[in-house]
Design a protein around this ligand. Structure first.
Ligand code: FA5
Length: 342
């Protein structure tokens, strides 16, 4: 036993010197400490020894076992450090001046449709503006002729923050800022993300996009509003779209309308995406209320204007035939990466 143990120690230390990677290390661990390994075999042989011999040999075998374990652990640590060093050295060899590789990425359908809407309106002389997502009560409601405790606030289930601010429920929240920034005459669109505490279904999300537009000048009328909306929608869809205007109430416009388009998913037959009505509520609009112009520092005796709040998310659904609005926020790359700019 003494001689076998000495031979085994020598064999182990020679073999350990040859270990260069974690595969070889694992092989050694199995060879010495595994169920059918050398140490286990020695321990099994103890059965044939008697009393004192058994005790002494047992102690020596267990001592060797500990040595093997410690040696292999130290070796593993060293190999991991060397491996890390190799990776770090390899990383240093990247050339940051090389051009980026093609990633094969794609734009989100909302980005695509937003860009199309922006292109159409830019060509018609509108500026594109951006606005915050966290806004104050004044801009989201009061400046829009919706004072505190006005029942119209119930139409938008609002997320209020502890500091009194809120998550923008509508892109209309930027109207006052833009009127003050440019004064009249003015043509601007402003896309943005909106938030409402909605129960979600195939056509409602709690986070969705709108694009707002306002045009203010002398003698602006409802005919101008209808012209711009028809032009924009037929450009975006590349075909004539059936529209209908219904009276609609929003405190910031007078008169106010709901602009619906015939559902392009079911061709107007009725489906879950249009709540089986054949029409999709896409773009409320109207003539800007004099109180809103006044809050924006614009003389309502001299100027009139229209405003619209287009549901950009719903526009993307119609354009790309997306049946369920929830797919758009799903992060499902298989579903979302199939759209391309035309
Ligand atoms: C508004 O938000 C008004 N600010 C629009 C407006 C602007 C009216 C200017 C007059 C003048 P409404 O709450 O209806 O209105 O929302 C406008 C559009 O946003 C809807 O037609 C719809 O297309 C879209 N929308 C509203 N809520 C959701 C939702 N939960 N999920 C997806 N889209 C929505």
């Amino acid at each position: 036993m003494t001689q076998r143990l000495a031979e085994l120690k020598k064999r182990f230390s020679d073999a350990a010197e040859q270990v260069r990677d974690s595969d070889a290390l694992e092989q050694m661990r199995v060879e010495y400490l595994g169920k059918k390994g050398e140490v286990t075999a020695l321990l099994k042989e103890l059965k044939s020894l008697s009393g004192e011999q058994k005790k002494e040999a047992g102690q020596r075998i267990n001592g060797f076992k500990r040595e093997v374990e410690e040696h292999l652990a130290a070796l593993g640590k060293r190999l991991r450090e060397e491996e890390l060093e190799r990776k770090v050295n390899a990383a240093e060899q990247y050339d940051i001046t090389l051009p980026a590789r093609e990633t094969g990425g794609s734009y989100h359908p909302i980005t695509l449709v937003q860009r199309e809407v922006e292109a159409v309106f830019t060509a018609m002389g509108f500026v594109v503006e951006d606005y915050a997502e966290v806004v104050d009560d004044y801009h989201c409601f009061e400046a829009l002729n919706v004072p505190k405790h006005h029942p119209a606030r119930d139409m938008q289930d609002t997320y209020y923050l502890e500091n009194g601010q809120l998550l923008k429920t509508q892109t209309s929240a930027a109207q006052n800022y833009i009127m003050r920034k440019y004064g009249a005459p003015l043509r601007a669109i402003f896309p943005g993300r909106c938030f409402r505490n909605e129960s979600t279904d195939a056509c409602h999300e709690d986070t969705f996009f709108q694009v707002e537009g306002i045009m203010i000048d002398r003698d602006i009328s409802i005919s101008n509003l209808i012209y711009f909306m028809k032009t924009m929608l037929s450009e975006v869809f590349g075909q004539q779209i059936n529209l209908r205007l219904r009276p609609g109430f929003f405190p910031f416009v007078e008169p106010g309308f709901e602009l619906d388009i015939s559902c392009l998913i079911c061709g107007g037959e009725g489906c879950p995406s249009c709540k089986n009505s054949g029409w999709l509520e896409l773009c409320p609009c109207g003539m800007i209320h004099p109180n809103v112009l006044a809050a924006g520092g614009i003389d309502s005796e001299e100027y009139t204007g229209f405003a619209f709040g287009l549901g950009l998310t719903r526009l993307a659904m119609m354009k790309y035939g997306i049946k369920d609005i929830r797919d758009l926020n799903s992060g499902n790359l298989t579903a979302l990466s199939q759209f391309n700019a035309e």
